[in-house]
Design a protein around this ligand. Sequence first.
Ligand SMILES: [Zn+2]
Length: 320
Amino acid sequence: MVISNEAKDLENQLRSYSKRADSYEKAEAQEAALKVIPILEVQEAALGGLRGELKDSDEESRELVGRCPEAALTKSLLRWFKEDFFEWVDTLDCLGCGKKTHRTGAAEPEAYERLKSAGRVELHGCDDCAVVRRFPRYNDPVQLLASRKGRCGEWANCFTLCCCAVGLDARLVVDWTDHVWTEVWSAKEERWLHADPCENVIDKPLLYEKGWGKKLNYVAAFGQHGVSDVARRYTANYEETLGRRSFFDEERFAELIASANMEKLNRLSRKNRDWELLRQERERFELLKEQNSSTKERLRPRQSGAADWIRERGEDGLHP
Ligand SMILES: [Zn+2]
């Protein structure tokens, strides 16, 4: 059997995201997050949401936040994270003249960058000043609490840690057509809620397919206790989505997910494993239902990032 590079990459990424999800539960990582999260303010706003005070044009989000404590806390954290904490980077500003640079290439991380978890480094150059700035793409969510900038990878990575730090049961969701977000478990709703920090959006799983116009393929969720294939949640047309999943046969992909999941389950106590298995069973059942876009608001094209960049990626909702 010939294994393609795409398949090999996906296998490696599954392992690496699975490991990253464990880092959100480390006590020192959560303590670092709690040092920067204005927890009282976030909790106060969450209570306001529960009282129906959420200012959001989307009626469904207001209703969900009004009845569900986990959604209220997540929504409050999303607002803080996007508006007060994290910065979106297309390109860095020039240190010489302050103007926008443009991407000129990539470089290997230097030792000091690797030490801070940079997997790769982008080079952003200014035409006027001939100044080149390095933009290290950090993988460690604790490092991101300090650098506080990036694109969706950094946003979702750091946001998922922040969710866990405030006591939410959160996991990282990776879409192999290049986006990352978070899911938060709601005991009230008895299901996982989609939460996208870049967009400050909660529980709109069809946002990418219907709003951005994405053609999804593999989508997997990585938590502390388990790994799941969640593509069905994010598409209204699973058959078509399946047709684009061409790196492996489906059986092989299911095996990879099951083995990553088993590794996590095996670390749990008997009681926690039983609970997790029950929750996974419930999710599989939930995902068999057809996903309908019931939203009364139109799902919007991508909001995070520069307009040109969004257009280039075909995420402006104009490529149905
Ligand atoms: Zn310049």
